[in-house]
Design a protein around this ligand. Structure first.
Ligand SMILES: Nc1nc2c(c(=O)[nH]1)N[C@H]1C(S)=C(S)[C@@H](COP(=O)(O)OP(=O)(O)OC[C@H]3O[C@@H](n4cnc5c(=O)[nH]c(N)nc54)[C@H](O)[C@@H]3O)O[C@H]1N2
Ligand SMILES: Nc1nc2c(c(=O)[nH]1)N[C@H]1C(S)=C(S)[C@@H](COP(=O)(O)OP(=O)(O)OC[C@H]3O[C@@H](n4cnc5c(=O)[nH]c(N)nc54)[C@H](O)[C@@H]3O)O[C@H]1N2
Ligand code: SF4
Ligand SMILES: [Mo]
Length: 720
């Protein structure tokens, strides 16, 4: 039998390759050099340097600098694994693929095609993401496909669609940031999450911009703020109402813009008459003067940009909270011109492209709508199938997990995600996944989800796989590989073609290169909102990146400022929406008196599967922790650095306490990068935003207690 992954991965003994960081949405370009072994040693040395490109301007953050480490780690999965007698054992590709074909066919025959589910991710290239959507609908014939981007971009994307008629992360260029005179950073921690973008903001500040940060914590980003609104978690919609009220009262709205370019202002104005600033202050835990000051700063500035990210969006009211910030943007006319706009700060490397081409349950490529007859007919035509064969819309990512739990979905195919850690209410998700008839996971590593699988498929990493990714600006970038695939790893898209072939669907998946898939994607997206038709690999090589929409080969692509003359709704106008200040959020009570939020650290990425395999990154934060204000800790008799059990209505996890006065006293913060007993998602809320099905990750009520039972300490003796 073959050896399991013990040998170092066998790529070239030395190389110089130009690639893109596999982590966040900036997609910094870099050059990695693997050098010949030092004489007498078996260890290679690697050098990493940033390559200037439009977004990163040659910068890299600590994650990018160390991203070669996981990709070249001996922990990489190098051959397929199949579960036999309860154990995952090495197998040939033939055996793994046969097992998948037989199981998928048997389950589909017995329970119908919708008993098969597909779960994708925003790290996949556009080519793999596109093919995954086609794979679900054409090869498996299931309506159940969704992806981790549901937890990431769905609130902002749905809000952008409703207000502007289109969703592209930034409506402006990064180059507009230094031109803005006021910048609002709402629930976004750029300094840790998109660190190479920070110089754009410091430049803006040097140019005299006022920076307003809205965050319950004094983050590294808040350190550059002129005004920090240290808001109560989950109350951003109310804050935006307060700011809108001030803008209206102080006559800082752009009446000409409102009249010419928007609809629905009368309703908003009427709604604002019921808003009282003192009530907003009460709800948000802020003081009236600071809200007033912040609104005036934004309203009086000649130019301005509002950014939102997951702090505002991962809430049960994420959609309407973003729409209320968009109300501010269009009420002041700060859009469609230099130094102005809105940015939903996209998360994953291909968080933008991954949400455009059909991984989402209700979407077809090019942002087409799976329930729209014309869209169905067009895509069915490109795919060579009868529109009637195309499944209808399925359900969102967490709802899929509920269907798994209810055994409506009997088999799941996971590509590019670690759902057992990243879903809310993780205990239920784990219980559901462990009851599946058949679980397939395609990954580079033995993630927590892969460990539960019946078949694990080893995939190539960003170093070895060609493809395009669309960064947070909406710029499509080509990432080409010169490195051969280690062991028996295969590209995601290749695996999809091979499974489809075994299911008798070869004619729909005849691809030999990523470029061939992209060429089909171009046609499938043609005429859609996210039109990639005019983008080719050749053009990407020549230009270094092209913004979508790009509708013809001759065109250079939208240059980055959107909505200069019209919005994307049929009448060209943006739409206001009145938003209530009192949104249904989990509220503290006697049993669960504290509000817990969560988020990210500089050195780890998402569920940590990759960054924990990078020794330089892992060493920076070995274990998870909970940020707690010392005054709150005192009330719960918790000491700095001791183990704490955190319990919500869903479940419990345990982490060490970390005292900080940089957080609100009524709020706790836990990083999201750990699984197992340290997984914050054992306690997070699975309540979904009704508009976009985003879970309310960022607001959960909990109680905390020190975990001292096994190790009685002196302090415990004093307290108990
Ligand atoms: N280092 C690192 N970088 C990453 C990632 C990573 O895992 N690690 N992940 C990438 C991905 S996929 C994503 S989606 C992005 C996420 O990027 P961000 O959204 O910036 O990251 P988070 O830390 O989740 O949340 C941002 C901030 O929201 C605050 N917050 C919490 N609750 C509230 C609230 O109710 N209101 C407001 N206004 N703020 C609140 C938190 O305190 C936190 O500082 O980062 C990307 N970049
Ligand atoms: N509590 C809480 N939970 C959250 C969030 C939060 O802020 N708080 N944020 C949510 C957000 S915004 C996100 S984006 C999700 C992310 O949640 P996940 O999708 O679970 O995140 P990752 O850890 O990136 O998991 C990706 C997996 O795919 C593998 N992988 C990476 N690249 C590839 C590839 O190219 N192909 C294949 N086949 N596999 C690959 C990695 O090794 C890893 O195992 O988490 C969500 N969960
Ligand atoms: S993590 Fe993001 S900011 Fe850091 S190097 Fe990678 S792409 Fe750039
Ligand atoms: Mo994300």
């Amino acid at each position: 039998m073959r050896q399991l992954l013990s040998a170092p991965i066998s790529t070239e003994s030395s190389f110089v390759t130009e690639t893109q960081c596999p982590f966040c949405s900036v997609q910094c370009k870099m050059r990695i050099t693997k050098e010949l072994p030092i004489p007498g040693s078996r260890r290679y040395s690697y050098a990493v340097e940033g390559i200037p490109n439009a977004a990163s301007e040659g910068r890299l953050c600590v994650k990018g600098m160390n991203s070669y480490q996981h990709a070249t780690s001996t922990d990489r999965l190098l051959q397929p694994l199949v579960r036999k007698d309860g154990q995952l054992v090495p197998a040939t590709w033939e055996e793994a693929l046969n097992t998948i074909h037989n199981k998928f066919q048997a389950i589909s025959k017995e329970h119908g095609p919708d008993s098969l589910g597909v779960y994708g991710g925003g790290s996949l290239t556009n080519e793999s993401a596109y093919l995954l959507g086609k794979f679900a609908r054409v090869a498996l014939g299931t309506k159940y496909i969704d992806y981790n981007g549901r937890f990431c971009m769905s609130a902002a994307a749905s809000a952008g669609n409703k207000t502007f008629g289109i969703d592209r992360g930034l409506t402006c260029r990064l180059a507009d940031i230094p031109l803005a005179r006021c910048i609002i950073l709402a629930g976004t921690n750029i300094a840790e999450c998109q660190p190479t973008l920070m110089p754009y903001f410091t430049k803006a500040k040097e140019n005299g911009a006022i920076i307003i940060v809205i965050d319950p914590r004094v983050t590294a980003t808040a350190a550059i703020a002129d005004i920090h609104l240290q808001i109560k978690t989950g109350t951003d919609a109310a804050l935006a109402n307060g700011m809108l009220k001030v803008l209206l009262e102080e006559k800082l709205m752009d009446e000409a813009f409102i009249a010419k370019r928007t609809n629905g202002f009368a309703e908003l104005k009427e709604h604002l008459s019921s808003i009282q600033l003192n009530e907003v202050a009460e709800l948000t835990g802020l003081n009236e003067e600071t809200i007033h000051k912040a609104a005036i700063a934004y309203g009086q500035a000649e130019t301005g940009i509002i950014f939102t990210a997951r702090g505002v969006e991962q809430q049960t009211d994420g959609h309407v909270a973003v729409r209320n910030f968009l109300n501010m943007v269009i009420a002041t006319g700060k859009i469609g011109k230099p130094g102005c706009g809105y940015g939903a700060v996209t998360g994953q490397g291909n968080g933008q492209g991954g949400r455009e081409h059909g991984q989402k349950s209700d979407q077809l490529p090019g942002y087409r709508n799976i329930e729209d007859e014309q869209d169905r007919a067009y895509v069915a035509g490109v795919w060579g199938i009868d529109p009637a064969e195309l499944p209808r819309k399925g359900v969102s990512a967490y709802e899929m997990m509920e269907l798994v739990h209810q055994r409506v979905i009997r088999s799941l195919f996971v590509m590019g995600s670690n759902p057992v850690v990243s879903n809310p209410n993780a205990d239920l998700v784990e219980e559901g996944l462990s009851g599946l008839d058949f679980l397939v996971v395609a990954d580079m590593f033995m993630s927590e989800t892969a460990r539960m699988a019946d078949v694990v498929l080893p995939v190539t990493s960003y170093l070895e796989n060609d493809g395009t990714l669309t960064n947070l600006e909406g710029r499509v970038l080509l990432r080409e590989s010169t490195i051969s695939s280690p062991g028996e790893t295969r590209h995601d898209w290749k695996i999809l073609c091979q499974i489809a072939e075994g299911l008798g669907k070869h004619e729909y998946f005849p691809f030999h290169t990523a470029e061939q898939i992209f060429d089909e994607l171009r046609i499938a997206s043609r005429g859609g909102l996210a039109d990639y038709y005019g983008i080719t690999y050749d053009k990407l090589r020549r230009t270094g990146g092209v913004y979508w929409p790009c509708t013809s080969i001759e065109e250079t692509g939208n240059q980055g400022i959107m909505f200069e003359h019209a919005f994307a709704h049929s009448d060209g106008k943006a739409i206001f929406m009145p938003v209530s200040s009192r949104q249904p959020q989990e509220t503290p009570n006697e049993e669960f008196p504290l509000t817990m939020t969560n988020g990210r650290l500089l050195s780890h990425y998402l569920t940590g599967v990759q960054t924990r395999r990078s020794p330089s990154l892992a060493a920076r934060n070995v274990d998870n922790y909970i940020e707690i204000h010392p005054k709150t800790a005192k009330k719960y008799r918790i000491e700095d650095g001791e183990w704490v059990e955190v319990t919500s209505r869903r479940g419990s996890f345990s982490v060490r306490s970390r005292f900080t006065d940089k957080i609100r006293e009524d709020t706790l913060f836990v990083p999201m990068h750990w699984g197992g007993v340290q997984n914050v998602n054992k306690a997070t809320s699975p309540e979904l935003d009704p508009n976009c099905k985003m879970p309310g990750f960022k607001t959960s009520t909990v109680t905390i207690s020190p975990l001292r039972l096994q190790h009685p300490s002196k302090s415990q003796a004093q307290h108990v």
